[in-house]
Design a binder for this molecule. Structure first.
Ligand code: USQ
Length: 385
C-alpha cells in the first residue's frame, strides 16, 4: 500500500515508517521538525541524538533495503500538505503530526497557542487534502486515551449508548481532558467525526495511552535508527523517565499520591496496532475508534516495577513523591475497555521485569549522556501555586 506518515520524524512516526517499509509498503514520511525545534527551545533534547530524516532514510536503505521517501513540509500550510498528497497518492495516511506534550501545552501562551494552532490546522488540512486529492484514503489518526480523562464510570471504546426519557441513541463517549494538548485531540475527533458524517471520510481513531520503550525490530539494525527517546519533564513519558532516573541514581519522580492510572503500551505494540488497522480499514462514512493500550497501571505500580527490575541490575532505586505539578485526580476509578485491537489480533508485549531490565540496560549504555538538570518538573498546570 502507498502510505503517507505525517509526523514521520517523531518518537512513533519514524519507527512506524521503518516497520511499514520493512513489511513491504510504499512509505513516504512528512515532517517539519517541529518537535526537534521545540525540544531545542525548551532544553529537552533526547537521550540518543538522531540524524535528520533524510539521513535516517539513507541509513535505513543501506542497512535494511527499502526506500523511505522524505518530504520536509509543514502540515499547517495547506499547499504543502496538498502537494504531498499529489506526489504520494496515498491509500492510507497515518497522522502523528501533532505537538504531543501535555506539559508544553501548559507552559505559556506560546506553548498553548502553538499546540492549538498546529494540531487543529494539521488535522483540518489533512481532511481537506483527503477530500480534494484522495477521497478514498483511509485516515489513521493517533488520538489519546487522555481525551476521556478519568471518569467515574467504565470507559467504552469511543462510543456510548445513552437512554434518556425513554429514548436511546449512540454518541461519542464523553471527553474531558487534563491538558490543552489532550483537549486539542478532542477537537480533532470532533472535526473528523463531522467530515465522516458529511463527506463520507474513512477514519480510524486510535486512542493511545502513554508509550514506553526505545527499541523496535528495525531500530536495532543501526544506532542511528533509534527512536527519539526523551526523559525530560516536557517530552518524556513517565515510564521512559523512570528508566533514566533509575540508571542515573536519581529518585523516581512520582507526582503526588501516585494513584494516577493510565493504559500503557510498549512502542512495539504501537507499531503492531498501526499495522493491524492498516490491514483492516474503516469503511466509507465510518469513524472507527479503538482504545490502544495493553495494561492499566498506576504511577506507584510503575515505580515499584522499575525499582524491582533495577534491583536485579544492582541499581539502588529510590522512589520520591513530589508535589504534583499537574491538575489531575491522584486516586480514581479507571476501567477502560480493550477489545477492538485484541479482536484484530494484537499480541501484547507486557511491562515485565525482563522487558524493563532490557530497557534499563540500553539506557545504561548511554548513562554518560543523561542530563540530570532536565529531569525535575519545570512546568506547573496552574500559576497560582
Ligand atoms: N507522571 C509522574 N511522574 C513523572 C511524569 C509523569 O507521576 O515524572 C504522571 C503524570 O502526572 C500522569 C502520568 O504519569 O498522571 C502519565 O504522564 P505522562 O507524562 O507519561 O503522559 P501524558 O502527559 O498523559 O501524555 C503522554 C504523551 C501524550 C499521549 C498520552 C497518552 O506525551 O502524547 O497522548 O501520554 S494518555 O496519557 O493516555 O493521554
Amino acid at each position: 500500500m502507498r502510505v503517507l506518515i505525517l509526523g514521520g520524524d517523531g518518537y512513533l512516526g519514524w519507527p512506524t515508517a521503518m516497520e511499514l517499509a520493512a513489511a513491504g509498503h510504499d512509505v513516504t514520511v512528512l515532517d517539519n521538525y517541529l518537535r526537534r525545534n521545540v525540544a531545542q527551545e525548551t532544553n529537552s533534547e533526547a537521550l540518543i541524538a538522531s540524524p535528520n530524516l533524510v539521513e535516517r532514510a539513507r541509513v535505513f536503505k543501506e542497512v535494511a533495503g527499502p526506500t523511505i521517501e522524505v518530504i520536509i513540509a509543514d502540515c499547517t500550510h495547506y499547499q504543502q500538505m496538498a502537494d504531498a498528497f499529489v506526489r504520494c497518492e496515498p491509500e492510507a495516511v497515518v497522522h502523528y503530526a501533532e505537538q504531543p506534550s501535555g506539559p508544553y501545552s501548559m507552559s505559556s501562551y506560546r506553548g498553548a497557542h502553538l499546540t492549538l494552532n498546529n494540531n487543529l490546522n494539521a488535522t483540518f488540512n489533512l481532511i481537506w487534502a483527503v477530500l480534494e486529492h484522495a477521497p478514498d484514503c483511509h485516515i489513521i489518526k493517533l488520538g489519546t486515551m487522555g481525551e476521556y480523562g478519568t471518569p467515574n464510570i467504565d470507559i467504552e471504546e469511543g462510543w456510548i449508548n445513552i437512554e434518556h426519557k425513554g429514548r436511546s441513541d449512540r454518541f461519542l463517549f464523553p471527553r474531558q481532558a487534563g491538558s490543552l494538548y489532550h483537549t486539542t485531540k478532542i477537537f480533532d475527533t470532533d472535526l473528523l467525526w463531522f467530515y465522516v458524517r458529511t463527506h463520507g471520510l474513512r477514519v480510524t481513531d486510535l486512542m493511545q495511552g502513554p508509550v514506553y520503550g526505545l527499541t523496535t525490530a528495525e531500530s536495532i539494525l543501526d544506532p542511528r535508527l533509534a527512536p527519539n527517546f526523551h526523559y525530560d519533564d516536557i517530552f518524556g513519558t513517565v515510564v521512559n523517565r523512570f528508566l533514566v532516573q533509575a540508571v542515573a541514581g536519581m529518585p523516581l519522580t512520582v507526582y503526588g499520591a501516585g494513584g494516577q492510572t493510565r493504559g500503557y503500551l510498549n512502542i512495539k505494540d504501537t507499531l503492531q496496532c498501526v499495522g493491524l488497522v492498516l490491514a483492516n480499514p474503516a469503511a466509507r462514512g465510518e469513524l472507527k475508534i479503538l482504545n490502544q493500550f495493553t495494561e492499566s497501571l498506576s504511577v506507584n505500580e510503575i515505580a515499584e516495577r522499575v525499582r524491582r527490575a533495577g534491583m536485579e541490575l544492582d541499581l539502588e532505586v529510590q522512589i520520591q513523591a513530589l508535589p504534583n505539578p499537574r491538575k489531575e485526580l491522584e486516586e480514581h476509578y479507571y476501567n477502560p475497555t480493550l477489545s477492538g485491537l485484541l479482536d484484530l489480533g494484537l499480541k501484547p508485549h507486557y511491562m515485565t521485569n525482563e522487558v524493563l531490565g532490557e530497557m534499563l540496560e540500553v539506557v545504561g549504555a548511554h548513562r554518560d549522556q543523561i542530563r540530570r538538570d532536565i529531569v525535575m518538573p519545570r512546568v506547573r498546570w496552574n500559576t497560582d501555586g
